[in-house]
Ligand binder design. Sequence first.
Ligand code: NAP
Length: 257
Amino acid sequence: MRERVALVTGASRGIGRGIALALAAQGWAVVINYRGQADAAQATAQAVTAAGGRALVVQADIGQAADRARLAAAPLAEFGRLDLLVNNAGMAPRRRMDLLETTEASYDEVMAVNLKGPFFLTQQVAKTLIELIEAGKVARPSIVNIGSMSAYTSSTNRGEYCLSKAGVGMMTALFADRLAEFGINVYEVRPGIIATDMTSAVKERYDRLIGEGLTPIRRWGEADDVGRAVVALAEGYFPFSTGEVINVDGGFHLRRL
Ligand code: NAP
């Protein structure tokens, strides 16, 4: 089989790196996007290469239109094809603030990176994928959005983050609907509590909550848990399913009595 190519946003660290490595282990070439941490992105690239995939590192801020255009063009320029977009890059509010104090600046920044950026990157990449399909260069490419349990879980000290992830849920439905006619399936992977830099500041609190049984599976999630789910979707084993949400959360979403 020919090498398949994935573009993973925010792949320098955390969940994005886990996704890149899981794909590389299956032989995928990976375009590794990052915003500021070049050394971390290079470390991911080395790990991807060691795992068996080819790697290309591209700095781009998902929140900036010109950067998105440059990023969207990179896979074709380097590898001549694209089979998978993973919208993973995301940020928590720089400062957790009560809902009654949330600032417009924080709202705008979080929305630009977590929702507006992925929306317009997906729009751009979708057009490229349609062209590649019509030219017979790729078959059944897919798109995976990394959402969050915050899509339906209220955290009143980071409301703008919750709103952005709720938006990713609808973004998944919209693109799944629009792109089905072209044979492009769109999925959302919805992580729970995953051990990364993003959650390091609240580690002790989550250690305690998990220990008390917050999640039926009583452990932190790892980036590799999310990576495996993305690989399962990207390998094409769900051809008649689109718009699906896969919870990778140790069962957090279950209603329990
Ligand atoms: P992380 O450890 O903070 O890593 C964030 C990654 O995104 C880094 O690679 C970072 O690049 C990149 N990034 C941030 N802003 C960017 C921008 N404007 N443009 C391009 N890249 C950008 O976060 P994580 O925990 O792995 O989270 C990854 C995704 O999973 C996010 O969408 C997050 O909301 C979601 N998620 C996380 C959890 C969790 O428990 N950790 C739970 C649910 C959902 P640099 O290295 O260059 O800064």
